[in-house]
Design a protein around this ligand. Sequence first.
Ligand SMILES: CCCS(=O)(=O)CCC(=O)O
Length: 249
Amino acid sequence: MARKFFVGGNWKCNGTTEEVKKIVTTLNEAEVPSEDVVEVVVSPPFVFLPFVKSLLRPDFHVAAQNCWVRKGGAFTGEVSAEMLVNLGIPWVILGHSERRALLNESNEFVGDKVAYALSQGLKVIACIGETLEQRESGSTMAVVAAQTKAIAEKVTNWDNVVLAYEPVWAIGTGKVATPAQAQEVHCELRKWVHDNVGAEVAAKVRIIYGGSVNGANCKELAGQPDVDGFLVGGASLKPEFVDIIKSAT
Ligand SMILES: CCCS(=O)(=O)CCC(=O)O
């Protein structure tokens, strides 16, 4: 079955209103494949969420870079799932490696957050991925499977879940996984979903790649059978993000 291509832009920036407006203007003026071909979601810093949502073209959508999932309110300084729903923000990125590493978000905690965000009506980009040490020790699939298992144990409906494989050693480093490396993990991850969740979910779930994707490497990566799109960092702040959207196959 054809899975709709998915491109997310993770704006990890400390930009100004003017800079954000300029990025949105570039996106609004871009000629890209229709929403039936590629689903585009951009994720500004929290403070710009309503602003970007108010300016962004209707065929692109907005995601928060995280949310707190304590019922009834936000953890100090965080945005709760309920607040995102109230603001009409449809997507949220959860389990990013920076949060797993720097804020000690465990696999189980990420699984709980994914399930709770879904229960509140949000769509989730769930991040998984191994560190360079884990890759070099040959434990990539064990790590990625454990992270996915912790999500699968809490999620019953996968319709609003996109899995983002992010080799931590490729994030912001300029070291992108080769198409073969990305395809290998995506293929193994889809097999894990097939064997542990079910064939239908495995066929439908989008598995996207994140880690130093840019306008030059996106086409070859997009050509891999189990790469269903991207979660893009630095390049999503540049005009080449339009090229990445157009790499939809
Ligand atoms: C899967 C998350 C990847 S991300 O959003 O951190 C972008 C990283 C990069 O482009 O280097």
